[in-house]
Write a protein that binds this ligand. Structure first.
Ligand code: FAD
Ligand code: NAI
Length: 466
């Protein structure tokens, strides 16, 4: 065999798995169909979307809050092509970094499309049409996911678009219709709402980000509404049509009546599907479940003993950091170690502003389980730090076990929630009680004081500043 392990796909799951395998002394190769490494996350996902979120936030602040800070600007304009160009530069710096890491760790990169020949052999078809076969003792499949859609929403990549096209638009839409107010819809919808688009969300469920704690969706909707967005909740989209100059979306409202919304672009963000197209799984004897995900056991091993799978292509949250943890897990398993991933404590973040971040059980899940719990909340508007920065929208919500006081969930909406949630993850990993966190000194003035205060509120309803 040429290699100890071949990783297929160079997203955050694949490239992290490859690095950890190499660190553990395995002869490692990675196969990537695109010219640049980094997968969805670095090329058309996490990184470019955050670059645009930051740019649009700067513009929004310059237009709406700078004057209050005593900063006057005249003739403020959006230069979308420049925003997109800066985003491309950020992506390039990141993907170049991954190529450097591959060299540093002596990982062989095979650029080309991989498909199985058998359980130890992969055919790699290169861009120039030539093919090579490479052999290995073990495979790690990390081929990720692609946007999904429904027949009623035919993606044409021009007017009816996915997140990938929304990251490269050259004009600010006058009216962007977003189907699905989940994570992508909320993030990219708020980018365009901030830089001047009218944004309409059409969502099947009855709130934004419906899988997160209900309080978060409610608060986020208030914040996004301030950007001028409108919402069609509990609506079922029946058709989306590109008329040449724009789009027409038809949907059934909760009463069963048809409504029509006209816009110039329609972003379809109704979820993503695992991507195994052309991988020729059958040749290796691999099985997928009824949703097209590669089946794995608790060790992330497929039904073929020397083949593992990680990241978006298997069950679980479609998140970069979940894929990374799984990459390390499989590498260490292959090296004979006994690693562990705590799936209950993978945080979820929505990078709108205010940000939403969450870990552990939601209140709805605890109710459903019939578990006795306490709630402590603390609003940002009572924080000195939030007043200083004028980031007053938001709250921290802590859920703790009624008897033991153990923290069961932490949900934050507000400035810097994405970074703050790490405290909740650490607390829950060490099974801290709400009172444990309430008794830890938190620097003043910081947003993290809201975590301490929410924990005080959960302990015995004894928040100090409320
Ligand atoms: P991917 O990153 O999808 O990588 C798979 C790679 O495999 C791709 O490069 C693909 O070209 C390659 N590949 C596939 N098939 C083959 C083949 N046969 N041969 C060779 N190569 C192949 N997650 C977060 O945690 N935080 C965020 O902020 C965030 N933001 C996002 C924003 C957007 C707009 C999108 C779309 C996603 C976002 N995600 C975010 C999700 C995140 O991108 C994914 O969870 C993550 O990329 C999954 O990693 P992966 O390694 O499983 O697969
Ligand atoms: P999602 O699952 O977050 O949201 C999809 C939304 O579309 C849901 O609210 C759903 O109710 C709605 N929906 C489904 N079918 C519909 C229909 N027919 N009509 C109207 N609404 C409909 O999926 P999304 O936003 O596409 O993102 C895909 C994945 O990418 C997510 O699983 C997420 O984990 C990942 N991602 C993560 C980010 C982050 O971590 N910050 C950012 C962007 C994406």
């Amino acid at each position: 065999m040429q290699y100890d392990v071949i990783v297929i796909g160079s997203g955050p799951g694949g490239y992290v798995a490859a690095i950890r395998c190499a660190q553990l002394g395995m002869k490692t190769a990675i196969v990537e169909k695109y010219k640049t490494l980094g997968g969805t996350c670095l090329n058309v996902g996490c990184i470019p979307s955050k670059a645009l979120l930051d740019s649009s936030e700067h513009f929004y602040n310059a237009a709406h809050t700078f004057a209050e800070h005593g900063i006057k600007l005249a003739d403020l304009q959006v230069d979308l092509p420049q925003m997109i160009k800066r985003k491309a530069g950020v992506v390039e710096a990141n993907v170049t970094g991954i190529s450097f890491l591959m060299k540093k760790n002596k990982i062989t990169v095979h650029q080309g499309f991989g498909s199985f020949v058998d359980a130890n052999t992969l055919k790699v078809k290169k861009e120039d049409g030539s093919e090579e076969q490479i052999t290995t003792k073990n495979f790690i499949i990390a081929t990720g996911s692609k946007p999904s859609s429904f027949p009623s929403m035919p993606i044409d990549k021009k007017r009816i678009i996915t997140s990938t096209e929304a990251l490269t638009l050259q004009e600010v839409p006058k009216h962007l219709i977003v189907i699905g107010a989940g994570v992508i819809g909320a993030e990219l919808g708020s980018v365009y709402a901030r830089i001047g688009s009218k944004v309409s969300f059409v969502e099947f469920a009855d709130s934004m980000i419906p899988t997160m704690d209900k309080t978060m969706g409610k608060e986020l909707q208030k914040a996004v509404k301030k950007l001028g967005a409108e919402f069609y909740f509990s609506h079922k989209v029946t058709s989306v049509e590109n008329t040449g100059e724009g789009v027409v979306v038809k949907a059934d409202n909760p009463k069963g009546e048809q409504i029509t919304i006209e816009g110039d672009y329609c972003l379809v963000s109704v979820g993503r599907r695992p991507y195994t197209d052309g991988l020729n799984l059958e040749a290796a004897g691999l099985a997928v479940d009824n949703r097209g995900r590669i089946e794995v056991d608790n060790h992330l091993r497929t039904n073929v003993p020397n083949i593992y799978a990680i990241g978006d292509v298997i069950r679980g949250a479609m998140l970069a950091h979940k894929a990374e943890e799984e990459g390390v897990f499989v590498a260490e398993t292959l090296a004979g170690q006994k690693p562990h991933v705590n799936y209950r404590l993978i945080p979820g973040v929505v990078y709108t502003w205010p940000e939403v971040a969450s870990v552990g059980f939601t209140e709805e899940e605890l109710k459903q389980e019939g578990r006795a719990y306490k709630v402590g909340t603390f609003p940002y508007k009572a924080l000195g730090r939030a007043r200083a920065s004028m980031d007053l929208d938001g709250l921290v919500k802590v859920l703790a076990d009624k008897q033991t006081d153990e923290i069961l969930g932490m949900h934050i909406i507000g400035a810097r929630a994405a970074d703050m949630i790490a405290e909740g993850v650490v607390a829950m990993e060490y099974r801290a009680s709400a009172e444990d966190i309430a008794r830890i000194s938190h620097a003043h003035p910081t947003y993290t004081e809201a975590i301490k205060e929410a924990c005080l509120a959960a302990t015995e309803n004894r928040a100090i500043h409320m």
